[in-house]
Ligand binder design. Structure first.
Ligand code: FMN
Length: 188
């Protein structure tokens, strides 16, 4: 199935109702959005000889039939280009006990043999990297891509998945002191 590029729909407030009387300031938007208790995981992507892993928190399931997983990816990220051109991505949930990995994957990863930033990977059925140390992983073939402005929401159907450690608790952003989201800054 081909990827559908969609345009986001903007809903206006009902006539006579002004929802936008007072816009919250940027600092409040940051403080509130940073409280969203998102998962924190590594997104694997690949196109040809270029492989990458990226720390991401904007991840959620969006449908049960088909089972679809969405991830919001910065339009300037290497990962964006690799998912767009490669047509697939992996979501690698990581142990909450090993959150240092997320610092390393906050910039484009280095690949040596079958490792990204020294973490062992294997090739999934779609060709994307699957991290051998992930607590659990999902491999997704892209079905939809919606450009919302700074980020594109890639939605993929699970084509393969597995659990490596059923006891470990997968990391959430609140297991770290890291923050992501809110209003646009320099390199966002
Ligand atoms: C805690 C945390 C969460 C992040 N979540 C996302 C995310 O959901 N989407 C995104 O595009 N970048 C996210 N980032 C930023 C990317 O990890 C970072 O910009 C990376 O360098 C861009 O990926 P690239 O290697 O594909 O260029 C996050 C960074 C941190 C530290």
């Amino acid at each position: 199935m081909a990827t559908k590029m969609c345009t986001p729909v903007r809903l206006e407030p009902p006539r006579g109702v002004s929802l936008w009387r007072r816009m919250p300031d940027d600092e409040l938007i940051n403080r509130v959005t940073w409280k969203i208790p998102n998962a924190l995981a590594l997104i694997g992507s690949r196109h040809g000889d270029t492989w990458n892993g990226m720390t991401a928190s904007w991840i959620t399931q969006v449908s049960m039939e088909p089972v679809l997983i969405g991830v919001g990816v910065d339009n300037k990220a290497v990962t964006h280009r690799l998912i767009r051109d490669g047509g697939a991505f992996s979501v690698n949930l990581w142990s909450a006990e090993d959150t240092r990995v997320f610092v390393k994957f906050s910039k484009p990863a280095e690949k040596t043999d079958m490792q990204l930033n020294g973490r062992p990977i294997r090739e999934g059925v779609t060709g994307v990297p699957i991290f051998e140390e992930a607590v659990a992983w999902m491999e997704c073939a892209v079905r939809h891509a919606i450009d919302f402005g700074t980020h594109t929401f890639f939605v993929g159907e699970i084509v393969d998945c597995g659990i490596n450690d059923d006891e470990a608790r997968p990391a959430a952003i609140s297991d770290t002191r890291m923050k992501y989201g809110g209003v646009k800054r320099g390199g966002h």
